[in-house]
Design a protein around this ligand. Structure first.
Ligand SMILES: Cc1cc2nc3c(=O)[nH]c(=O)nc-3n(C[C@H](O)[C@H](O)[C@H](O)COP(=O)(O)OP(=O)(O)OC[C@H]3O[C@@H](n4cnc5c(N)ncnc54)[C@H](O)[C@@H]3O)c2cc1C
Length: 499
């Protein structure tokens, strides 16, 4: 460890990318390693805050890139693609400090309900870092929650998922699949000292329109679950999806891959108000998914050998509570869409059994403090979508980290879940000598050819090569180092720096 690096570490600013990462990953530091071609070290930095670095490098919604200082200059650094390069090109270097970060056994037992990212994160830290014996109960036949049943294979290859879950189960964590928890009392009677509820928000919301129970109409999350667990469904030639979020996009792109010829996303507002991320919308469009905006479903009817989706045409009115302009029906203007399958993706809610004695909000989520992660029942903690409603993977992992720490304190520990897996700070902390000047856009990430990809579930994004990753990492202006090294010449003169 050099003296310079230590003092640099002490004086670094918290860069916006790191500040906005729910898991608190030291983004500039791992980019520093990628710049130097040290991918294993970069991956170890990510793993210090996130037990699923490779999974997140495929599916993270990238809060860091929105915050990136270079975004306002010539485009955000492709931070997540750099994380992916770190994971793709790594060795198992994080193992060097592995044994030293395993805590001695405490003899305490913890039950985790649900094996999604929140539950698995809690299990990982309580087992390895805190020394408790953890049993994860999963209702379905395979572990992973939405990692497994929601996110399609063309975005997250399952060998990556299996490999990362296997690391969780290495140290005092057992996963029992096909095991739905019906009673928390029973778990306490069986001798568990504390319980974590990470049951997600899996119950689809209903449209409340005529025909929604007809054969050929499916909840989009149920459809994705079926396909992701290996059942190839016959969706016919024409598929419509109702909804404007990422789940609708996943449903549409999956339907294409199952052989549908015409896939249309039906949304009651306009593209501007769609909650789906822009890159997901573009990917769907590129693959041939159509969008029909400003229409709202009124009913589904059987019409000979197909279904007829009856739609009310809308226009935008005044903004509602969400700040988005409210869709208002245009009187007398209706239209029909002939389809074979209708997928409904209008959101999910949490579904916690009343008999568990946990205080719930009106929308079904658990009333919990999103910091202490405690519920109204002593020894019962909760986190992830079951508290927030449908959110994202990184938030679930962050909730898992907070819960593990709180649960360890409840069980008599000090709540310290931190682990040092990367080497001590070195010259990856320095301002890079070869910064790209302004005007250099992000290096594009290679993708599977669009004509080929819609016929397979092969992964679409192919990731950076080693050289591409190093090039892209040099676009990072290392604003965490500005207090030490001053603002680099690439920063526009007179442009204000907001710390
Ligand atoms: C189709 C889809 C795609 C998504 N894509 C992304 C993405 O690309 N990026 C992103 O960041 N986020 C994405 N999300 C959101 C993200 O997956 C969730 O926010 C996250 O998985 C929530 O984690 P969780 O652990 O709280 O719950 P979940 O992942 O939902 O896991 C809950 C688990 O608990 C189990 N369970 C429930 N009740 C019981 C019980 N009584 N007993 C035993 N087990 C039980 C369930 O079977 C499930 O496996 C997506 C969501 C969906 C639906």
């Amino acid at each position: 460890m050099t003296t310079k690096a230590v003092s640099a570490n002490a004086k670094r600013l918290i860069a916006p990318c790191m500040r906005d990462c729910p898991a608190g990953i030291d983004v500039p530091r791992y980019i520093g390693y990628v710049q130097k071609g040290q991918f294993a070290e970069a991956e170890a930095v990510v793993r210090e805050k996130n037990p699923f670095p490779a999974i997140c490098s495929h599916v993270c919604y990238r809060h860091c890139e929105v915050a990136c200082r270079r975004a306002s200059m010539d485009g955000t650094v492709s931070i997540n693609a750099l994380k992916r390069a770190a994971c793709d090109l790594r060795s198992e270097m994080f193992r060097d400090n592995w044994e030293a970060t395993i805590a001695p056994s405490t003899g305490k037992r913890v039950a985790v309900v649900g094996s999604g990212p929140a539950g698995l994160t809690v299990a990982y830290y309580l087992g390895k870092r805190c020394g408790h014996q953890v049993t994860v109960f999963e209702a379905l036949s395979q572990a992973g929650g939405q990692f497994r049943i929601g996110i399609p294979v063309y975005r997250l290859p399952r060998e990556i998922l299996d490999e990362q879950i296997a690391v969780v189960t290495e140290t005092r964590v057992e996963i029992k699949t096909n095991h739905r928890v019906e009673s928390l009392d029973k778990l306490f009677q069986e001798g568990f000292d504390a319980i974590f509820i990470g049951a997600g928000a899996l119950r689809p919301q209903q449209m409340g329109i005529e025909g929604e129970d007809l054969p050929g109409v499916m909840e989009c999350v149920d459809f994705l679950q079926e396909v992701n667990l290996g059942n190839n469904l016959d969706v016919g030639q024409r598929v419509a999806i109702i909804g404007g979020g990422n789940v609708a996009i996943d449903g549409a792109r999956t339907a294409l891959r199952l052989g549908a010829k015409e896939v249309t996303i039906v949304y009651r507002r306009t593209r501007q108000e769609m909650p789906a991320t822009a890159d997901e919308v573009q990917a769907a469009e590129k693959e041939g998914v159509k969008f029909q905006f400003l229409v709202s479903p009124m009913g589904v009817y059987r019409d000979g050998d197909h279904l007829r989706l009856h739609l009310q045409c809308m226009e935008l009115g005044e903004p509602d509570d969400s700040g988005r302009r409210r869709p208002v029906p245009i009187k007398g203007k209706e239209t029909d869409l002939p389809i074979n399958t209708l997928l409904v993706a209008i959101g999910q809610v949490a579904d916690v059994a009343k008999s568990w004695g946990i205080d719930l909000n009106r929308n079904g989520t658990i009333q919990g403090d999103n910091k202490s992660m405690a519920t109204n029942r002593a020894g019962v903690f909760a986190g992830g979508d079951v508290i927030t409603g449908p959110s994202n993977v990184t938030e679930a992992i962050a909730a898992g980290r907070r819960s593990a720490s709180a649960m360890d304190r409840y069980l008599g520990g000090d709540g310290d879940i931190e682990e040092t897996l990367a080497p001590p700070p070195g010259d990856e902390m320095d301002m890079p000598s070869k910064l790209h000047p302004l005007g250099v856009k992000a290096f594009p990430v290679a993708e599977l050819d669009v004509k080929e990809r819609i016929h397979t579930f092969d992964e679409v994004e192919r990731g950076y090569t080693r050289d591409e990753a190093i090039q892209e990492a040099r676009r990072c202006i290392r604003c965490d180092m500005w207090r030490i090294n001053g603002i680099p010449s690439v920063w526009p003169k007179g442009k204000k720096v907001i710390a």
